[in-house]
Design a protein around this ligand. Structure first.
Ligand SMILES: Nc1ncnc2c1ncn2[C@@H]1O[C@H](COP(=O)(O)OP(=O)(O)OP(=O)(O)O)[C@@H](O)[C@H]1O
Ligand SMILES: [Mg+2]
Length: 174
């Protein structure tokens, strides 16, 4: 339903971001099937890592039922795992980071979002780093967080550009 429902928005916007809850609800399933790319933010903690595995298991069952068994296909231009809320002072996070890299291999984006009070306080006010006045906080703290988010945006934009180029090539080739 969402896939059909956002057609009007598709003609107006280059990029549409669907931010879902971490559970496989009907809304999430709708968002997954309407998407061209996936970004899974994943904090390097044992619980988050095991939950992510459960998510992909359920996702597999679901696509088998909703897509494959109906003779349809669904592909994504990119599937990214983004190391998020990474605590440099937490020794266990580097262990789990290794599990994540081993399990998701080439899907892990080459950037990490650090755990920072800046993100925590910005989100407490329903905002982001981009809403925070740089003058109001320590410049190094600000840059560390800001640069990481900017790098994520760059990496995602590169993948979107690659997908667009491929689609253009297919259109011209057809
Ligand atoms: N990089 C970070 N540094 C510090 N705190 C963070 C960071 N990222 C997220 N948090 C904290 O963790 C909480 C949850 O973060 P976020 O909303 O990004 O997660 P979510 O999985 O999307 O949650 P929801 O299910 O509510 O959508 C936020 O309230 C925020 O304070
Ligand atoms: Mg969220």
């Amino acid at each position: 339903m969402l896939n059909n429902g956002i057609d009007a928005a598709r003609t107006k916007y280059d990029v549409i971001i669907l931010d879902t809850s971490p559970a496989l609800s009907y809304l999430t399933i709708n968002a997954l099937l309407a998407s061209d790319g996936l970004i899974m933010p994943l904090p390097p903690s044992t619980l988050d890592f095991t939950s992510s595995g459960q998510f992909w298991n359920l996702f597999n069952d679901l696509t088998a039922n909703l897509v494959t068994n109906r003779g349809k296909t669904k592909s994504f231009d990119f599937v990214d795992v983004l190391l998020a809320r990474v605590d440099a002072n937490d020794a266990s996070s580097s262990v789990v980071r290794e599990w994540i890299t081993a399990a998701y291999a080439g899907m892990v984006l080459p950037v990490e979002i650090p755990k920072t009070a800046l993100t925590a306080s910005a989100s407490a006010e329903f905002g982001t780093v981009y809403d925070t006045d740089p003058a109001s906080i320590n410049a190094r703290t600000y840059r560390r967080a800001y640069d990481a988010y900017e790098r994520v945006v760059e990496l995602v934009e590169e993948q979107i550009n690659t997908a667009w180029k491929r689609q253009l090539g297919e259109q011209h080739g057809a």
